[in-house]
Design a protein around this ligand. Structure first.
Ligand SMILES: [Fe+2]
Length: 397
């Protein structure tokens, strides 16, 4: 089902993709008229030297900056307020976010607050701010989340223990950067999980119920790039060509899903992340094949084209046969890059009811090609769990 209404498209104002893109940050800060930038990141990225690669560029060009490295996974209101405090106290007028989803989410929240005032809770929902936020340079360090591309961010309210989802065009990045040189040191397991997140974005955007010709083109090319390069990026982290392909794949998949929608894989993965802290990309990778099986009767033609994009020969196959090839190809990719099984995580069959209930309420589930029932979600989870258990038992023999 295609979106036939008026379609508004979103993208960062500027984008740089490719080796040594970070060297252009001072130029773009001057371009936006920024005098001082707040670097928003996490302590881990400071420790492994990723942040220094960017701050060295700033120092070389004499660009003043302040550092906030207190971002944690699933950032809270307290973290946003602490970053905002440093931004104001240091007299900053732009933000450089360095990291995966969490630092970029905090940067978006700070950007909206410093331009609009008030409390971050005021912006929970869709387009709640009036003014465009302070300029954000979003430097992505993992080829997966797509958060440098999107107009959405998530902040956890630590008092109510709820996650607030803000969707706001005023927080779109002034500049998005995907520099493969920053990803060379990513360990294989993280490369695998974030790469599968990108693949899931592309496949879900392609088969969701609000896709457009624009998002279709982006999604299919992202799927081709993942099929060509994810195994190589996992097996040889220093393969710059594979890393660059994955930068393109994650960026294009990010544009695809942020201009279309996601689906039930993300709807379930969000719960697995919330309940068991299973990393987001991993949760998607684990759920993707079974959810595609569930969706398959409603999107055989689309899945046939996904199979072709994944490199499967489908010339003489029916849509029925080719769509199954897409699922088989996803399964073999996940196996090749050693994605763990659901039974190897903290997931418990005892939680099926609550997981299914929350999956049905998740925003991502709303754009799935077919609306699932709670029983169907429970069946998908149970099949995924027992399938992993059987495979594990066979492998141990
Ligand atoms: Fe995702």
């Amino acid at each position: 089902m295609r979106n036939e209404g008026i379609v508004e498209l979103y993208a960062p104002r500027h984008t740089l993709i490719g080796k040594d893109s970070i060297s252009k940050i001072p130029y773009f800060l001057r371009k936006v008229g920024a005098k001082k930038a707040l670097v928003v990141t996490d302590a881990g990225l400071v420790k492994i030297g990723t942040v220094a690669k960017i701050t060295d560029e700033l120092q070389r060009e004499g660009v003043p900056y302040a550092l906030f490295d207190g971002v944690l996974p699933n950032p809270t209101i307290g973290i946003v307020e602490a970053a905002l405090e440093v931004y104001r106290a240091s007299g900053c007028d732009a933000i450089i976010a360095i990291g995966g989803g969490s630092p970029i989410d905090v940067a978006k929240a700070v950007s909206i607050l410093c331009a609009n005032g008030g409390d971050i809770r005021d912006y929970n929902g869709v387009n709640k701010s009036k003014k465009h936020g302070a300029a954000i340079i979003a430097v992505n360090t993992t080829a997966g989340t797509g958060s440098e591309v999107t107009r959405a961010y998530v902040v956890t309210d630590e008092q109510t223990k709820t996650k607030m989802l803000m969707v706001d065009t005023n927080c779109l990045a002034f500049l998005a950067i995907d520099d493969p040189m920053l990803m060379l040191g990513m360990p294989p397991a993280l490369t695998a999980a974030t790469g599968m997140d990108a693949l899931t974005h592309a496949i879900e955007a392609y088969i969701c119920n609000v896709h457009t010709p624009y998002t279709d083109a982006l999604a299919l090319q992202a799927i081709r790039l993942v099929a060509q390069s994810l195994r190589n990026a996992v097996n040889d982290g220093s393969n710059i060509r594979a890393r660059t392909d994955m930068c393109w794949a994650e960026y294009m998949a990010g544009l695809a899903f942020s201009n279309a929608g996601l689906g039930l894989v993300h709807g379930i993965a969000h719960q697995l992340g919330g309940y068991y802290n299973i990393p987001h990309g991993l949760a998607n990778a684990i759920m993707l094949p079974r959810v595609l099986e569930f969706n398959r009767p409603h999107c055989m033609d689309s899945l046939s084209r996904v199979a072709q994009a994944l490199g499967e020969p489908c010339d003489h196959l029916s849509a029925h046969e080719a769509s199954q090839k897409a699922i088989d190809a996803v399964r073999s990719l996940a196996a090749d890059i050693q994605i763990p099984k659901l039974c190897e995580t903290k997931f418990s069959m005892d939680d099926l009811d609550i997981l299914a209930e929350h999956t049905l309420l998740d925003t991502a589930t709303a754009t799935n090609i077919v609306t699932p029932t709670a029983d169907e979600v429970k069946t998908i989870l149970a099949k995924t769990y027992f399938e992993g258990l059987v495979l594990q038992t066979l492998q141990q023999r």
